[in-house]
Design a protein around this ligand. Structure first.
Ligand code: SF4
Length: 212
């Protein structure tokens, strides 16, 4: 493989031959073709761990049973049910609290205990942790994803659902959550929470983003 090929990865692939394991079609730089077998085995061994095995089995069964039929809301409920979760934590953006309430109502109807915490809980000013005052243009109170995680940890939730946390705040919430996290809503204030809308239009309305 040339040095140039070494910089290529799946994001540069046009064949996606790994989907069927079609080895003859793998490109030269293919990550499957050039796989570090030790790393592969290391990853596979992780699926033998009880929780990982349960998650993989459950996710596969939901996908297989309802492929293209269930919405993400329905899949999330089904996943929670099949994984045996009793108590669901919701880490929500304040701006999506109404949507979170509707989701919580659905979860309760389905028999789950639900506990939610919004990003502004604690009402800590941004400046208290050193965020510059100029960032107060979008509000004085900071989002507090670490607190959200810690409060859900204290509640001993079985599964946490992330609803509309800001980019980066979601990273910290995931980092500090003890329970597994699944994302129901990826916040995008411009597109009605549909980040792909921009990707679909990148060569047209948003082509300026590609300019230097
Ligand atoms: S693993 Fe190989 S075939 Fe699959 S997407 Fe990556 S480069 Fe393409």
């Amino acid at each position: 493989m040339t040095n140039e090929q070494k910089t290529l990865s799946c994001i540069d692939c046009a064949v996606k031959a790994c989907k069927k394991g079609d080895a003859e079609k793998y490109p030269e730089f293919c990550l499957t073709k050039n796989m570090d077998q030790d790393l592969l085995q290391e990853a596979l061994a992780c699926y033998q761990e009880e929780e990982n095995n349960r998650v993989m089995f459950t996710a596969a069964s939901v996908e297989s049973d309802f492929y293209g039929k269930m919405t993400r809301v329905e899949e999330t409920v089904e996943f929670a049910k099949r994984i045996g979760a009793k108590k669901i934590g919701i880490a929500t953006c304040l701006g999506l609290l109404e949507e979170s309430k509707i989701f919580a109502k659905l979860l309760r109807k389905k028999g789950f205990e639900v506990y939610g915490i919004c990003c502004k809980a604690g009402a800590v000013p941004k400046t208290e942790i050193g965020i510059p005052e100029k960032c107060e243009n979008s509000g004085k109170t900071m989002c507090n994803p670490i607190l959200q995680a810690k409060m859900l940890n204290a509640e001993q939730t079985d599964l946490n659902v992330s609803i509309g946390l800001c980019v980066g705040h979601d990273s910290l919430f995931n980092k500090y959550s003890n329970a597994l996290v699944t994302t129901l809503v990826a916040k995008d204030r411009v597109t009605g929470h549909n980040p792909c809308a921009i990707l679909y239009n990148m060569h047209h309305y948003y082509k300026n983003l590609m300019e230097d």
